[in-house]
Write a protein of this length. Structure first.
Length: 116
């Protein structure tokens, strides 16, 4: 059974930093595409950053040079380091994994609120 558990969200002032974690079980984060998505109030969910199956990274243009996705293989945990946060980054951030047969798995999400 695949489980993805996010943590690290919270309230931060604009310009601050947060690190999100996604602890995975039942799926190997090194072998499967995984990423972070976010959904702001009244908006559609969007990709923030992801690892491809080959280990390359993709970022949304809006977070390039500010956010870094990385992973700890030994801990089977995915991270998102978010720097220079802006009020527009306020959203629920969710961890996503793409497993066998392209089955998608989602965590419950963690709320990030950036105050101006």
């Amino acid at each position: 059974q695949v489980q993805l558990v996010e943590s690290g969200g919270g309230l931060v002032q604009a310009g601050g930093s947060l690190r999100l974690s996604c602890a995975a079980s039942g799926i190997n984060i090194r072998l499967n595409p995984m990423g972070w998505y976010r959904q702001a109030p009244g908006k559609q969910r969007e990709l923030v950053a992801a690892f491809t199956r080959g280990g390359n990274t993709n970022y949304a243009d809006s977070v390039k040079d500010r956010f870094i996705i990385f992973r700890d293989i030994a801990k089977n945990t995915l991270y998102l380091q978010m720097n220079s946060l802006k009020p527009d980054d306020t959203a629920v951030y969710s961890c996503n994994a793409n497993g066998l047969g392209d089955t998608e798995y989602w965590g419950k999400g963690t709320l990030v609120t950036v105050s101006s």
